[in-house]
Write a protein of this length. Structure first.
Length: 361
């Protein structure tokens, strides 16, 4: 699909789609995405807003969905895109919190809003979730969509669409991992695995912003230089050095307070070895595989605390946007056009990225 033409659609149509059709980037089979013309949504119903999408951020969820690695049954064709930023172009009856022209992001988990977890603001633990947009149900990679206003969050005036598109998944995932789960505190030492990834770069910046010592791993010397420039105190090329030994040396054999893990079996046990007694490991991903084994004796003797973390709450997204407004911005690796979505996926799959890949409309 790389370089796919946008057919007869003009720039004006991209900004204000024709009344009868719009673009939708659609997964039609595993590893096959097409840019299709689909019907525009109706006027928003009561409690809904209609959003014109301006930018989407690519994540490993997009990559997994493209590969056919959905965790639950889904029906194809499926509109892709799990996080986005856009502008409200219509509001439904009863909506008072938003107006036409407001810049927003949306929560991609179709939560019920009524279960105990939802009422307590723990949206990512909803007991009756209807699916993740772009993964289980139609996502954000389309010109227009209707969303329940309760799942929509305003974007501060100083934050661009490009940066805001990183808030619903990437930024908020890190916010949830570091501060809700790992309880990272100023002055602590943290190991950030895969520091060149979208969430890795974000973790480095968030940890440095509160005065932590950051040790990170990367896969080549070019990324090492970039991570150092980003603020990492120590950068380890895991292809040429065993990160476990380097971390023990850097910490005087004491270990780190927190390990930020999202790689999986390739690094998980090594991350545990890098922890101090009573240290915390938080993980949100397993890009190198789904299963590993751990030494239970080591686990309880060292009194490690391990946190599984998936997604984030709407509060985490608001906090992420507030940090962006205060100039803590995402690192952007590449911007691609909607028609080049698969080229963005290929770059993400290649592990050559440093930061986020953004798809613009």
């Amino acid at each position: 699909m790389t370089g796919l033409a946008e057919s007869a659609l003009t720039r004006a149509q991209r900004t204000a789609p024709a009344k009868d059709s719009m673009r939708a980037l659609t997964l039609v089979a595993d590893r096959k995405i097409e840019l299709l013309a689909v019907a525009v949504p109706p006027a928003p119903a009561a409690g809904e807003v209609q959003i014109a999408i301006r930018a989407i951020g690519l994540n490993h969820l997009d990559l997994w969905g493209w590969r056919g690695m959905a965790f639950a049954k889904r029906k194809l064709p499926l509109i892709v895109g799990v996080e986005a930023a856009g502008e409200i172009v219509a509001v439904g009856p009863g909506v008072t919190a938003f107006s036409v022209g407001d810049r927003v992001v949306a929560y991609g988990g179709l939560t019920c809003g009524t279960c105990k977890a939802c009422r307590e603001g723990r949206d990512n633990l909803c007991e009756n979730i209807g699916g993740i947009m772009g993964f289980h149900v139609d996502g954000f990679a389309r010109d227009l969509l209707n969303m329940p206003a309760r799942l929509v969050i305003p974007v501060p005036a100083k934050v661009s669409f490009r940066d805001a598109a990183c808030a619903p998944v990437a930024f908020s995932t890190v916010q949830h991992m570091l501060f809700d789960n790992a309880r990272l505190e100023p002055g602590e030492t943290i190991l950030v695995q895969a520091g060149g990834s979208g969430i890795g770069t974000t973790a480095i910046k968030m940890a440095k912003a509160i005065g932590c010592t950051v040790i990170t791993t990367v896969g080549d010397d070019e990324k090492a230089a970039k991570a150092k420039a980003l603020g990492a105190d120590h950068v380890i090329n895991y292809r040429s050095e065993r990160f476990e030994g380097v971390v023990r040396k850097l910490t005087g054999k004491k270990g780190v307070d927190v390990a930020f893990e999202h790689v999986g079996p390739d690094t998980f046990n090594g991350s545990l070895l890098c922890l101090k007694r009573g240290g915390r490991l938080v993980t949100c991903g397993s890009t190198s595989g789904q299963s590993t084994s751990i030494n239970l004796f080591q686990l309880y003797l060292q009194q490690y605390r391990i946190f599984g973390s998936f997604g984030a709450s709407m509060r985490n997204i608001r906090d992420s946007l507030a940090k962006m407004e205060a100039s803590l911005l995402p690192v952007i690796d590449t911007e691609v056009a909607l028609a080049d979505f698969e080229r963005g996926l290929a770059r993400l799959e290649s592990r050559q990225v440093f930061g986020k890949i953004i798809v613009t409309f």
